[in-house]
Design a protein. Structure first.
Length: 252
């Protein structure tokens, strides 16, 4: 199964060449799609230059910042349209170690529908994090796991690989969340579709250069969405089905 690594970028000129070098070293046979949201620092030009020299890199240029979830949805559609069997999502900021790409891809080859690079299974690490940051992150993941009934310890993780069949069963147009919410919603949809999710331990490093694009608003949005999905799927939809059955005309 041919693999596609989807890299969303916005002002990653400091990192993009190194990321591409490391991805190629880790998975020489994989292709890369850089989804750039109009970076004014020339990220897309650098990626295209690297691709012209080494091959195997395509650049999707988008007009302005449209969000992480939107970038991944566009990348997944591209991958499905071009026949890739495995699609990987990872950041371009060097927090995700490209050396872990073979483990994620092989996990999908071995039958997983979604392989998550997890910080919170045995062997996973978040070196350098303060206790408060870890508490918030693990607490949010635990909340999502309990409320959604999803046996995943790190559903907010953004380093993961999907099988094409699992992605094809998801209505990507219906996925509206961004950031952490996007990651949770995608894992939730894989689970609801009967897919197999496997967590692979990773070490999640600190960002080496540039600035983080996450915000407290995105975290808060994710928690609200998790609550809404649980209410919708565990209460409102079952209630609607019950009312439809009650109001249906009886057979004569």
């Amino acid at each position: 199964m041919k693999s596609l690594v989807v890299l969303p970028t916005y002002n990653e000129a400091e990192n993009i060449v190194e990321v591409l070098d490391l991805v190629r070293a880790a998975v020489p046979d994989a292709d890369v799609l850089v989804v750039d949201d109009g970076s004014p620092d020339g990220t897309a030009d650098l990626a295209e230059g690297w691709g012209s020299e080494h091959g195997g890199v395509s650049v999707m240029r988008r007009a302005g910042k449209q969000g992480l979830g939107s970038a991944y949805r566009a990348g997944f559609r591209y991958g499905l349209e071009h026949g890739y069997g495995v699609m990987v999502e990872m950041d371009s900021d060097l927090q995700h170690d490209p050396a872990m790409l073979p483990a994620l891809i092989h996990t999908v080859h071995d039958g997983a529908d979604l392989a998550i690079g997890s910080r919170y299974v045995p062997g996973g690490q978040v070196p350098g994090w303060t206790w408060s940051r870890r508490f918030i992150s693990q607490g949010g993941n635990r909340y999502a796991s309990i409320v959604l009934g999803m046996p995943v310890r790190d559903s907010t993780a953004g380093f993961r690989a999907y099988g094409a069949d699992a992605l094809a069963r998801i209505d990507l147009d219906s996925i509206k969340a961004d950031g952490y919410g996007f990651q949770i919603e995608m894992a939730y949809q894989v689970m609801r579709n009967g897919g197999r999710i496997v967590e692979v331990p990773i070490t999640f490093g600190d960002r080496q250069r540039g600035t983080s694009k996450m915000s407290s608003r995105i975290v808060f949005e994710a928690l609200l969405l998790v609550t809404w999905w649980a209410l919708r799927d565990r209460m409102l939809r079952p209630l609607a089905r019950l009312l439809r059955r009650r109001d249906a005309p009886s057979a004569v």
